[in-house]
Design a protein. Structure first.
Length: 284
């Protein structure tokens, strides 16, 4: 249905005069007459009758006018929503994050929701390589990953993260002595692929030997096991600040202790809400 014809119908019903209606709609009177005739022809029903007292609605016109008003109202609401979506004020963003952005990513989302309450945001904990795959398939719109990201993705650096050694107590032991004394707790490879690669690089470049290792499902379990004195762990420094009291953190030096974290996206996919999120994160 042509909304312009319905608008002409509603306005003429309100004013009851072709000349006034044509002026209100900024069209010529012959053009208005043509619109009304076309609508009546399309509906196969007379909507108006002309008399000495002006133009009045027929019985059919009176019956159909509320429906026309409803359609116009729904169309107006639709166009308002479409305008919000077009400028990124409404929509859906799926965001991925990893260990290094465990605290940072939720902060960004909370800030974004305050600015754009009409945008629904989901957050999923995923390794960087999986996030990069999902960004290209549009299953994620934004990812907090190790950067730089590989083409065709684009990325923006946000901060640096570093490895630290977490131990159950503060002592004079050095890194090698801790690795000799207790098992090294690590994430299962599918979950901690990036972190495990960083740990291996650090151990190899510094010629550290480990006595035993124990694989764990998640960071929270690793922290709990360290606090229980069952093992030690090499973790991102950004994760440690959410750990409970009693966990000792040892700063590390040497090669392969740091990496870059940033935000990544697929520029081939147009998404204004996502672009607003990226711009906000870049601004800090």
């Amino acid at each position: 249905m042509n909304l312009r014809l319905l608008k002409a119908f509603m306005t003429l019903a309100e004013k009851g005069n072709y000349a006034e209606t044509a002026l209100a709609l900024a069209v010529s009177q012959p053009a208005l007459t043509k619109q009304i005739n076309l609508l009546e022809s399309t509906l196969n029903v007379a909507l108006f009758s002309r008399g000495r007292h002006g133009t009045t609605l027929t019985a059919a016109g009176k019956r159909l006018l509320p429906e026309a008003e409803k359609v116009i109202k729904q169309a107006t609401v639709f166009l308002q929503h479409a305008a919000q979506v077009a400028k990124g004020g409404e929509g859906l963003i799926a965001v991925g994050f990893g260990l290094s952005s465990f605290y940072f990513a939720p902060q960004c989302i909370a800030q974004f929701r305050n600015r754009y309450p009409g945008v629904d945001v989901s957050l999923e904990d995923l390794p960087s390589d999986q996030q990069c795959e999902m960004l290209q398939s549009a299953d994620l719109q934004v990812g907090f990953v190790r950067v730089p990201a590989q083409a065709p993705l684009e990325s923006h650096r946000l901060f640096e993260d570093r490895l630290v050694l977490v131990t159950p107590e503060n002592s004079r032991r050095d890194v090698q002595e801790w690795l000799n004394a207790l098992p090294l707790l690590r994430l299962y490879h599918p979950r901690g692929r990036g972190l495990n690669a960083q740990i291996d690089q650090f151990l190899q470049q510094n010629a550290f030997a480990i006595s035993t290792t124990q694989q764990v499902e998640d960071i929270q379990t690793i922290v709990a096991l360290v606090l229980a004195g069952i093992g030690v762990a090499l973790l991102p420094q950004s994760v440690v600040h959410i750990a409970p009291p009693g966990l000792h953190v040892m700063a590390l030096t040497g090669e392969a202790v740091q990496w870059q974290i940033g935000i990544a996206w697929d520029p081939r996919i147009n998404d204004t809400a996502r672009d607003n999120f990226i711009a906000m994160v870049k601004q800090g």
